[in-house]
Structure formats: C-alpha cells, structure tokens
Ligand binder design. Structure first.
Ligand code: NAD
Length: 475
C-alpha cells in the first residue's frame, strides 16, 4: 500500500486487524503462499531492486544480490523447507503430580506486527523480518527507511502485488509517520536501527505493553593474534569492513593487535584493498558511497587529527570516502567513542590477548566479535571472558548468512533475535496447553480436607518429583 499518510494509519490498522481476526493468516497454506510470493517478487524484480539499491547506496548489482536479495531468498527458502516442522506442537513430559495428562507447546501468531527498518541494507533488513512475521502467521506493517527512498518506494509499490495486500501494508515516511505509528497498539514491534531511536521505540511500546525486538549496532571489535594467517586475515577484514562502504551493522569496527602484528597487517590490508577495488577505489563500480551528507560529515569529522596509513581521501560531491586504515589509534580517540558505520578502520595497539579481552569487556557488549588466531585455547578464552551478540572465528559478518544461527545483540547491541526458526519464536506466542482426562480423577488427591492418607500421598509425590527434577538439573 503506497502513500499512506499519518492520519490514515488508524483505518489501515483496523483493516489489518480485521484480516487477522478473520483467521485468514493462520493456516499453513496461507503462510507458504506468502513466502512463495515474496520469493517470486525477488526473482521477478531482481533488477528493479538492484537499480533502487544502486540509486540509494551505489551498491553494485552483485553485492545487492549477495548481501540483500540472496539473504532474503535464503531465509524464505529455509522457512519454506522447515515451517511445517517448526509449527508442530511440541509434547513435553508431565510430572507425576499432574499425570495422567498430555502437555504441549503450540505456537500461535501474535496479531498485527510493526517492522521498522534502516537504510543500510534496506531490502534485507525489511524483508527478512517480513519472512519471519508472515511465516509465523501475522499481519504486517512495514516502515522502511526514508534514507533509502528509492528502495522504500519500490517495496511499497511491489509488495502488494505479490503478497496478501489485506494483511501486509507498507507505510513510507520518516519520523512523523513512525511517531504516529508508534502511538498505535501493535502485538510486536521489530526495530532495526540505532540505540537512540531504539529507546524511543521501546518507550512507545511500553505504553501498550507491546513486546519489542531491537536490532541495534555498536562497535564490533576484531582481535588479530600474532599467530594468525595474516594474509587471509587481511583479505577477509577488507571484504567485511569495506562492503557497502563500511555501512554494515556487523562490520568490523576496530582492530586490536600488538604494534608488531599491526605493522605486518597494514601492508597486507593495502594489498587486499587494491585487489578488491583497484588502485583508485573511487573508480571502482564495486565500491559504495556514504548514504547522505549528514553521515559523510560525521565520518570525515572522525578522521580529524588522524594520519591514515591507507586511504583517507574523500570527495564531498559524490560522498566518497576511500577505504581507510589508521594504525596506532589511541583507545580514547573520538573514533573509538562511537560506532563508526563507515569505511574507516582504526587499529588500536594492545600488549596481547589479555589486554584485548579487558578492552572489549570494559565497553558496551557489541553485536559481533571477530577473532583471527590459530589457537583454539585462545578462542575458548574469548568466548568465556567476553560477551557479544555473535562471534566470528576467522570470518567477519558471515554468520548472518546462516539461517540456523540466531541473529541479534546483547545489552547495548540489542534485545531479541531472529533468522530461521528464531524468527518464528520472535513472531509467535508459545502457548502452553495441558489436557487431563476426566478418569481416573487423580486431582481428588489434591482436594482438601487433607486427611493423614492424602497428606502421605502428597508428601510422597512431592519428594519423588523433587528428586527427579534434581537429577535433571545435575545432568
Ligand atoms: P535509520 O536512520 O534509517 O533509522 C531506522 C528507522 O528508524 C527508520 O525507519 C527511521 O524512519 C526510524 N526513525 C528514525 N528516527 C526516528 C524517531 N525519532 N522516531 C521514530 N522512528 C525513527 O537507520 P539508523 O538508525 O541510522 O541505522 C544505523 C544503525 O542501525 C547503526 O547503529 C547500525 O549498527 C544499526 N543496525 C543494526 C542492524 C542489526 O541487524 N542489528 C542492522 C543494520 C543497522
């Protein structure tokens, strides 16, 4: 649905709620139809989507396929393959005190959900949550980012043609429309963006006791150990950092390494960047641009007073910032105080893994942590002594391509998770169902008055149940 104006939002939501209450979105067949429709849209309209992403972010067509359209296709296919199994009720054992009885967990949709997406991967971060919400049987309002206007307009135009337009609506716009949407009661709000707006969303949701998923950002650190295969490390770091001109929530934000390791890594990074984008990345059709002037000014401000070893050139007219590496940055420099979200890679010197763990553990919990080392002992230490949404050993960002892994943050980097079956958990209520036959009527044993015989029974039951759960805990 295109061009929904703020005052029209209540009527739009009433329509979606009617559709949901009609029961239409609940059958498996409806859900599979929506997933197939989305799949068809991505295949039919791939070029249109590539064009919009090129317009908004100067993304190359192949990067758009790999990191946006392909990720949504992967999630839709995975859900199409497994949804029937995911939705099966799960039997759980009943304790003796309740037996005989059957206990099941069934998943029911939440109702009408709101998905608010950002500009940096405007197709992926809009449609992967939509896959989860529809697979779980919900009606959906999608609010794409106003900072990727070509993609926002295209999604609003295309989606109604491929999905049940009585159950899925796109509301375009910026702060005004989102603020208006947030006054309404939704059954879940799924937000991807920065923590400041995340807090606004959470506050608005609290008014209606609406549960939220907050997919936020943060400074995702990289630790490069002296024993790492530095040539491959440099290639993979350059790929993960400079894709989409660094505007990736799981991009490596900064590197921690000893001065000696850094001095060996920097020339390898220079060579890797040259291989990816040629001697002058400004002429490469595979290298993106900064989304808008505000972000460009913020990023060039972060470079003030720093002396890049690699890159550092900028062009305001085309919002170009070269892939940039700055070695020996102080841990308290301005570039280390906020998420960079652009193609600037500072390297902070540490004395070794102990100091790296201390640096990471003393900061907000990041969305991801990347480790480059040959030592599995070291990997286990980082896993134990640091907290992050995800850990990539030997590879940045790629965990988001694995639908079986939960994607989400912890602490400042977010609340909740999605992808694959985790999306179904996010967009469903898990309902407990206990069914007890009328005969034999063992419930009687719990009725007062408590005679000596009943008391004995009760004590025996409780002791047995208690010892059983004790055994389970010990396992
Ligand atoms: P953005 O500016 O596009 O904002 C995100 C959404 O919030 C948009 O739809 C926007 O319209 C809405 N919004 C903005 N201001 C608002 C307000 N005052 N009230 C209500 N709604 C408002 O995107 P952004 O926040 O610049 O995105 C970048 C951030 O998102 C980074 O911190 C990045 O790390 C994070 N991010 C996280 C993930 C993830 O999956 N965890 C993915 C991408 C980006």
């Amino acid at each position: 649905m295109t061009d929904v104006l703020a005052p029209e939002i209540p009527a739009l939501l009433a329509g979606l709620r009617d559709t949901y209450h009609s029961g239409r979105t609940k059958p498996l067949a409806w859900r599979l139809r929506q997933l197939r429709g989305l799949r068809r849209m991505l295949l039919d309209q791939g070029q249109e989507l590539e064009r919009a992403l090129g317009q908004d972010l100067a993304k190359s067509p192949i990067e758009s396929q790999l990191t946006e359209i392909g990720v949504v296709l992967g999630e839709a296919d995975h859900a199409l393959r497994h949804l029937r199994r995911w939705l099966r009720p799960k039997r759980v054992p009943v304790p003796l005190t309740v037996a005989p009885a059957t206990a099941r967990v069934i998943r029911e949709p939440l109702g009408v959900v709101l998905i608010i997406s950002p500009w940096n991967y405007p197709v992926q971060l809009s449609l992967v949550p939509v896959v989860g919400a529809l697979a779980a049987g919900n009606a959906v309002v999608l609010k794409p980012s106003e900072f990727a206007p070509a993609t926002s307009e295209l999604l609003a135009r295309l989606l109604p043609g491929y999905l049940d337009s009585d159950a899925v609506a796109v509301v375009e716009g910026g702060v005004e429309e989102t603020t208006r949407l947030l006054t309404e009661r939704f059954d879940h709000i799924f937000f991807t963006g920065n923590g400041t707006v995340g807090r606004i969303v959470a506050r608005a949701a609290a008014e209606h006791l609406t549960p939220v998923t907050l997919e936020l950002g943060g400074k995702s650190p990289v630790y490069v150990d002296a024993d790492a295969d530095l040539a491959t490390t440099a290639d993979r770091l350059a790929w993960g950092k400079f894709m989409n001109a660094g505007q990736t929530c799981v991009a490596p934000d900064y590197v921690l390494a000893t001065g000696e390791t850094a001095s060996r890594l920097v020339p390898l990074l220079r060579a890797a960047i040259g291989r990816l984008y040629g001697p002058d990345p400004s002429t490469s059709t595979d290298y993106g641009r900064i989304v808008n002037d505000r972000q460009f000014t913020r990023l060039t401000g972060l470079l003030d007073g720093l002396n890049p070893e690699i890159g550092g050139t900028v062009d305001a007219g085309s919002r170009y910032i070269a892939p940039t590496v700055i070695d020996g940055v102080a841990a308290d420099a301005p570039i280390m105080s906020e998420e960079i979200f652009g193609p600037l890679l500072p390297i902070v010197h540490v004395s070794g893994p102990d100091e790296a763990i201390t640096v990471i553990a003393n900061r907000d919990k990041p969305l991801a942590l990347y480790l480059f080392t040959r030592s599995s002992v070291l990997v286990r230490r980082f896993l134990r002594d640091t907290s992050s949404g995800a850990v990539g050993v030997g590879i940045p960002a790629a965990h988001l391509f694995v639908p079986g892994l939960p994607f989400g943050g912890v602490g400042e980097s977010g609340v909740g998770r999605y992808h694959g079956e985790f999306s179904i958990d996010t967009f469903s209520h898990r309902k407990a169902v206990l069914a007890k036959p009328m005969r034999p009527d063992t419930v009687k044993l719990a009725y007062p008055p408590f005679s000596a015989r009943r008391e004995l029974f009760a004590r025996l039951f409780i002791a047995r149940t208690g010892s059983r759960s004790g055994q389970a805990d010990d396992r």
